[in-house]
Design a protein around this ligand. Structure first.
Ligand SMILES: [Fe+2]
Ligand SMILES: [Fe+2]
Length: 287
């Protein structure tokens, strides 16, 4: 049976109200580059961080509603992933390929969280161009990339994605045995979070939460200067700021984007590992 070979996170999708209201936050504060969208849906904006991973703000009728979030794993082969999911009895709800040849497939996890599996970007020339608002047209110009050099923060990479679950054993079995992720020790003192490691070092955190609580869903992104990021967010007066230290010596800053989506920024220092142990369900204690 072909397996799912996950390479990292291709993108995280956040439902936003309008691009006029919220894209400036991602582009001009968080420093993401706006790049051409490879889908025909005009509501989808493609933005990219230095690592190549993306955030897709999507204009949605209801921002901050859980069903409109999704996370996309990068995989070596989408056909192999589809075959593996089928062998596990998981229904692929849609699949296809995009203007740049990127292949994709969508499924739902046991709680109905939307998951996507995507191949690498830019598998063929596409000629698509966009303006600084992400509005994309078919053209024949050079690749466009709109990045604000004056942005006070510059997101580097996805560190983790947090996904809400309601039944720990059901979800751990799914992410471990069907998706193929590895349970690793949690670096926070909590019995309601399960940490998984991806091969490239990124992580997925399953968070036991009340069903339908949208603020559980979030991306955690590394930044080069954590203290500066905290000052910036405090200065902007964004909502729900929380700062904390993890047991792996990384620091985390949580806040809401202009539409109430939960965003986390993480310090980029090396993580201290090896001092905690987890059982097969992710319950963790000091070694
Ligand atoms: Fe997506
Ligand atoms: Fe997090």
């Amino acid at each position: 049976m072909a397996g799912i070979t996950i390479t990292g996170f291709n993108h995280v999708a956040y439902p936003i109200s309008t691009r006029q209201k919220t894209l400036p936050f991602y582009r001009d504060v968080l420093g993401l580059a706006v790049i051409p969208s490879m889908v025909d849906n005009v509501e989808v904006i493609w933005t990219q961080m230095d690592s190549g991973s993306m955030i897709h703000p999507i204009e949605a009728p209801e921002s901050g509603v859980r069903g409109n979030f999704h996370v996309a794993f990068g995989v070596e082969s989408v056909p192999d992933a589809i075959a593996s999911l089928g062998a596990s009895g998981v229904e692929v709800t849609s699949s296809g390929d995009r203007h740049d040849g990127q292949e994709f497939a969508f499924i739902s996890d046991p709680d109905g969280n939307r998951l996507e599996f995507a191949s690498v970007n830019d598998r063929k020339t596409h000629g698509r161009v966009c303006d600084e608002w992400g509005t994309t047209t078919q053209g024949d110009g050079p690749p466009s990339r709109h990045q604000n050099a004056a942005a006070p923060i510059r997101i580097l990479a996805v560190e983790h994605v947090g996904v809400p679950i309601t039944d720990r054993k059901r979800s751990v079995a799914f992410y471990r045995d069907v998706v193929g992720l590895k349970v690793i020790p949690s670096m926070v003192e909590s019995d309601t979070i399960v940490w998984f490691g991806l091969p490239g070092g990124e992580m997925l955190h399953l968070v036991e939460a009340e069903a339908g609580n949208p603020s559980t869903y979030h991306g955690g992104f590394t930044v080069p200067d954590f203290d500066a990021a905290v000052s910036t967010m405090q200065g902007l007066g964004v909502n729900n700021i929380r700062v904390g230290d993890r047991l792996d010596d990384r620091s985390a800053l949580h806040f809401d984007d202009p539409d109430g989506n939960h965003v986390e920024l993480v310090s980029n220092n090396p993580a201290r590992l090896g001092h905690r142990v987890a059982d097969e369900w992710g319950y963790t204690k000091d070694a």
